[in-house]
Design a protein. Sequence first.
Length: 300
Amino acid sequence: MNKAIATKTAEPPAFHLPPEAQHADALARLLWRAHHYMRDNVRRALIEQSQDELTAVAAQAEVDTIYGIDTIAEHSLLEFLEQHQREAPPFLLVGEFETGEAIPFGAGAPQFRVLCDPIDGTRLLMYAKASGWILSGILPEKGNDSRLSDIIFSLQTEIPIPKYAYMDTLWAAAGSGAFRLRENVLTQQSAMMPLHADRSSDLRHSFISFVKLFPRGKKWVAAIEEDFLRDALAESANEPASVFEDQHLSTAGQIYALILGQCKLVVDIRPNFNQIWRSRTEPTVLCAHPYDLAGWLIAR
C-alpha cells in the first residue's frame, strides 16, 4: 500500500513575488513543501485507515466539526513547520487549530501572517467522494488590521481520493498571475496546465449554484435562487433544464471549478443570513471563514 502513495515532492517553482515581498519567498517555498508533506500523509491515511476512523468526530469546535482526518492534516502541518521553521522568516499561523489561537513560528517578531486551512472539503474527502484542498495565504503581519486583500501569495494543493490518477497544485503571487501544476499520482510526472475561467455572460447550459449545504436557511436561499434564475433565464423559460447546479461541499473546490470554467456562477449568501439571525439571537448556519478563502488570490 505504501508504494501506491509514495511520491517525490516536486521542487517549488519560481514564485515571482513582487520586489517588496521578496523576503517572503522562503516562506512560500516552506509552505509548498509543507503542503506536499501533508498531502502524502492524508493520502496514506485514506488508503490505510477505515472510514470509521476518518469520519470519527475528534472535537466540536465553535465554528465547525473536527473529524479524524482533520487531525491527521493538522498534526502533519504543525510537525513539519516545527521542524523547518527556521528556514523562513518568522510568521504567525492563523486558522482553526486545536490550540484555538494563532501559532508563532521562527525566531523574533512575526513578519508575516499565514492563513491556513489544512483541509477544505473534509466531508467530501473523508467519504472518498471528491478531492479535498490544502490552502495557505501569506500576508504581511498587521495584527487585527490584516485583511484578505493583503494576501501576496496563495497556494492551493489538491488531496485526491485514492482512485484519482492526477492531482493539481495552484498558486499565485501578487502581480505575477496564477498557475497550475498537474502531477500524475502513479508516475510522478508533472506538467503545467492552463487556467481558463468561463468569462461569457450567457448562463444557459452551465452550472449555476446557490450555496445551501446545511439544513438551516435552505428554503430562503432556494426562494432567492428561483427568483434570480427566472429573471436571468427569461428568454429560455421553456427549456426544461437550461441550467443545473452542483452543491459542492468545499469553498476551495467551488473556486477551483470557477477558475477552470466548470461552473459559471456560485452564489454564497450564508453570511448575509447569519447577520440577520444574529441580530435576532437565532441559530446561524455554518459558512465559509477567512481561512477557506486563503487561495482567493488565485481566482482574482
